[in-house]
Write a protein that binds this ligand. Structure first.
Ligand code: BGC
Length: 729
């Protein structure tokens, strides 16, 4: 049969049955095509960290024919720590190329939800607590993905900021906070990034499930933003045929294999047949799907074929991983470490900690990847060191929940994980066997440590904490790691601590540890990237995309008692975002709450100096465009090549606004002694707030503080500008 590339022309030829077939799943990760007309089906795959392994069409059973090993990319938290949009684009290109290479049309990524609480189990899949950092990086990433004739799928729209009760929690948030904090990253991703698809969220908002939300999907996405792409439900996110058809998604996906009984399958067919729902509603959805297929050139023989597991992918993945590593502390200048021989003697390094040998790719829920390979920190360190250094390993701490580490799809094991978390919160509940092993591992490490030139502790979290479907019980390091780190710090001077974690942790030992590196799950070459940073081959330039508070009690959701929500008479847990805009650094800087490490913090092995700060205001009245340029000269004053990220924050003189909000940033690479002029540009949008009465963003006259710095707390230059008139945005 002759196929056409102009698929949208086929709409009039489709029967109602065929159209219905196109708007719901026919397999766990696919929709049906219409063979008679040469319309292909859509094939989808998770997720943000690489293309997931193959599943049977109608069962959550992996195919396991060995043909689906893929590259494991760094998590979005790691990518966000690079603060580098160019790397986000390369990341997207790899993800898109591998998606297409695996024969898919849509990759279910990226996740752009704002990190509202450090406890959210899926934080590692998200970028940041800040919408500008999230939106900027997601935009580049999506452009990279879609360069490959595949679609990105921005998720989870919207307000999906916790895993606890994720399938039913009703989020209560005021319109201003919604528009100013929780929607902007989605706006950037779908409008600036032109994401071809969006995934609705599981949770509820304004009395509806998000996948059926007239307010979110019709009013915001379609009307306010004029979005004409395809909206896909989260798996099982549709609950009501009529609501979904009239106000919600274009494609219903779910987790069971009774595809013909999905809400947007037979039940919808019946409602259209009986005239309860107009066929034009179905036509609009099908038209959007056909148009998506055209954009992906699905019937074009020269559609890009894609490619996976390329060696070139792996070297870029290593670069991203290295740039996503954050040097949190280097008080004594102990890092980078020296390796090799010391005169005649081979240097001796002791690596301690379960995360030094643990692989993470295959965990976390739907973001899991069947990695082609994964270089652990121990392997990476040994690869980087070569044979002139002795490098031994000890576990240091005992992981007592091995069976919960590779969770497929979260919800299935949520109960066991919650039970484990509850139990292990209290030392009293630990069995004698666990206590004995903890003691033994600690004592072995402490006894061995003095015999080595360097001791490197590699700990943090793993995917029984950073995981879909379950939030963390607290912000503490699990498995008694605090004791191990403290004991090592008391025993040896030459200790470096490395934390691998997707969300902030408390560090009660922080004053005793002088060299500290942090990374999120950082892809298949992570261990090698880490070694290159440790031994100075790569100068770290990562910056935290979220605040590390001193303790859980200090976080806004704890202070406002606004998490995880309370079950109400309608049967749903309700969570009220009563902290409003005071999320992350917005809260800490406004209230003057001291933190462990601020948003945007990250050190380097070199030093930078900034001078000649100035502001140029160009008020181009003729076209109504305001342009404010904040500039300075930055110089590398140290001894090695390095990168620094300048961050520009704006204060909005309006009741309820935070002291400062990030509006622009730029990462600069400089050789020793090299200097450069850096200019960050603001427009009226950066001074605007949402007017609930007028239903639009407006920049109002007033005096606006500006802060240029290298973290939200390390401000190098502070000034202010006056807006003399109102600017619509
Ligand atoms: C997750 C989505 C994922 C989907 C398909 C859901 O449980 O929330 O992020 O894309 O499953 O695996």
């Amino acid at each position: 049969m002759q196929t056409t590339e102009n698929l949208t022309e086929l709409l009039p030829q489709l029967t109602l049955e065929e159209k219905i077939k196109m708007i719901h799943a026919a397999g766990l990760f696919r929709t049906d095509g219409i063979e008679r007309l040469g319309i292909p089906g859509l094939h989808m795959s998770d997720g943000p960290n690489g293309v997931r392994q193959e599943f049977e069409d109608d069962a959550w059973q992996t195919v396991d024919d060995g043909g689906d090993y893929s590259s494991w990319l760094p998590s979005n938290t790691c990518l966000a720590s690079t603060w580098n949009p160019e790397l986000a684009f390369y990341f997207g290109q790899i993800l898109g190329n591998e998606t297409r290479g695996r024969g898919k049309d849509i990759i279910l990524a990226p996740g752009v939800n704002i990190k509202r609480t450090p406890l959210c189990g899926r934080n590692f899949e998200y970028f940041s607590e800040d919408p500008v950092l999230t939106g900027t990086l997601a935009t580049s990433l999506i452009q990279g993905i879609q360069d490959n004739d595949v679609a990105a799928c921005v998720k989870h729209f919207a307000l999906n900021n916790q895993e606890q009760d994720r399938l039913e929690v009703e989020v209560e948030v005021d319109e201003k906070t919604l528009q100013e904090l929780y929607l902007p990253a989605f706006h950037d991703a779908v409008i600036d990034g032109s994401s071809l698809t969006v995934m609705g969220a599981y949770n509820r908002f304004d009395g509806s499930y998000c996948c059926e939300s007239e307010r979110l999907i019709q009013k915001v996405l379609r009307e306010q933003w004029n979005y004409d792409g395809v909206v896909i439900s989260d798996w099982g996110g549709v609950h009501n045929t009529e609501e979904a058809a009239l106000h919600g998604v274009d494609i219903e996906m779910s987790v069971t294999s009774d595809f013909d009984n999905y809400k947007m399958a037979s039940p919808l067919y019946e409602k259209v047949k009986s005239g309860e729902i107009p066929e034009s509603v179905i036509d609009e959805k099908v038209m959007r799907i056909l148009s998506l297929m055209e954009k992906l050139r699905m019937n074009n023989p020269s559609r890009k074929p894609g490619c996976f597991n390329l060696v070139s992918h792996h070297s870029t993945i290593e670069k991203i991983a290295a740039e996503g590593i954050v040097l949190l502390k280097n008080d004594t200048g102990h890092l980078p470490l020296e390796a090799g021989t010391d005169g005649e003697r081979r240097n001796r390094i002791l690596v301690v900690g379960d995360n030094a040998t643990r692989t993470h790719a295959g965990g976390g829920g739907s973001a899991e990847v069947k990695a082609l390979y994964e270089i652990t920190p121990l392997l990476g360190i040994r690869m980087a060191l070569g044979g002139n250094t002795i490098c031994d390993w000890l576990p240091g701490y005992y992981v007592d929940n091995e069976e919960l580490l590779h969770v497929e799809g979260g919800d299935w094991q949520a109960d066991s994980l919650n039970e484990y978390h509850d139990k292990s919160k209290d030392q009293k509940n630990l069995t004698d066997d666990v206590l004995a092993r903890r003691r033994q591992y600690l004592e072995e490490a402490v006894a061995a440590a003095p015999d080595y030139d360097e001791v490197i502790f590699v700990g943090g979290l793993n995917h029984s904490f950073d995981v879909e479907g379950v939030d963390r019980p607290d912000m503490k390091l699990p498995y008694g790691q605090d004791e191990v780190i403290s004991a090592l710090a008391d025993t040896v001077e030459n200790l470096t601590v490395i934390l691998v974690n997707g969300s902030p942790v408390e560090m009660p030992w922080i004053d005793r540890v002088h060299s500290l590196l942090q990374t999120s799950y950082y892809g298949m070459h992570g261990g090698l990237a880490l070694a290159r940073v440790l031994f100075g081959e790569v100068n770290p330039s990562g910056k935290l995309p979220e605040t590390y508070p001193l303790c859980l009690d200090d976080t806004p959701v704890s202070q406002y008692h606004s998490y995880p929500g309370v079950r109400q008479a309608d049967g749903h847990p309700h969570v009220t975002y009563s902290e409003k805009l005071m999320v992350g650094y917005r809260y800490y800087t406004t209230k003057g709450v001291p933190v462990l490490f601020p948003f945007g913090h990250g050190l380097s092995y070199t030093t930078f100096f900034c001078r000649n700060f100035h502001v140029v205001v160009r008020n181009m009245d003729s076209i109504g465009e305001l342009q404010i340029t904040v500039s300075c000269e930055i110089q590398n004053t140290g001894r090695c090549y390095g990168k620094e990220t300048l961050q520009l924050y704006v204060g909005i003189p309006e009741e309820g606004q935070p002291k400062m909000a990030l509006r622009s940033f730029e990462k600069v690479a400089l050789k020793p002694t090299e200097k450069r002029e850096v200019s960050l540009i603001l427009t009226q949008r950066d001074f605007s707030t949402y007017s609930v009465e007028e239903k639009r963003f407006i920049a109002r006259p007033g005096n606006y503080p500006l802060y240029l710095g290298v973290s939200s707390e390390n401000i190098l230059y502070e000034t202010s500008i006056d807006l003399l008139k109102e600017y619509p945005c």
